[in-house]
Write a protein that binds this ligand. Sequence first.
Ligand SMILES: [Mg+2]
Length: 277
Amino acid sequence: MTDLRPPKGFMFDLDGTLILSNRELGEYQVLPGAVDVLQTLEARGIPFLALTNGSAYAASVQAPKLRKVGLPIRDERLFTPNSVAAKVIRDRGFANVLVLGTQGVVDALKGHGIACCVATNESAGSADAVYVAWHPNCTMEDIHAACSRVMDGAAFLTASDVPFFATQAGPAFGYSCAICGAIARVTGKEPEVTGKPSIHAMDFVAAQLGLAAEDVWVIGDDPRVETEMAQAGGAIGIGVTSGTTSREEWAAQAPERRPHLVIETVGELLTGGYLPD
Ligand SMILES: [Mg+2]
């Protein structure tokens, strides 16, 4: 047990925390304890959700794939930076978003009712926001179009600004970070992140759970992603060692990325008696 503020709800990271995917994002392996924890939370009616920084698919596409490998997560409990981006775009009233991302990203935004285009569309020239997400086949035409719009005053948003994320085969390259680097170098403007560790993402999580951030335990494997978001947003940050970060590396984090508690896997939430009654 612990003297930490007890949780009223949980946010789980996906890669390195609940699952590991392969580098092509096609196959998943469920991490130890993940099934038991989610089943228990569901059975006890404790609020929880999963927020990945992966933007390759809409949640409604990814959740069924996760259930297929045994992770019991309903569509409505899974969120991506696309979900957060859609809220930011709606709130600010952007009319036409230039997307640097796969068809999966475009479909996800359209699924949220967002009007968007890609660089080869004529309407790209009038986009009032640029959104950079999972885009393994990004071309110079994409980067050029994005730079033109950002220099013309369009908002510059990205799903993730993290250079690497955990997979079964070790760290994989975060494409949006590299693409944003190119756009930032040219335009002199830095992107606004919609995924973790942004305050947009933390606010979104708390609102979805119907809780104050301080009552949420944010559980993840990356100090620069989940823990930094929890610390900045006033939530409780829990580090796991099942992904990119070892116990020694967790212990070496600066205060703004230091977890309140380190556990081996999410299964320890049960075995360690951390769930609320
Ligand atoms: Mg992770």
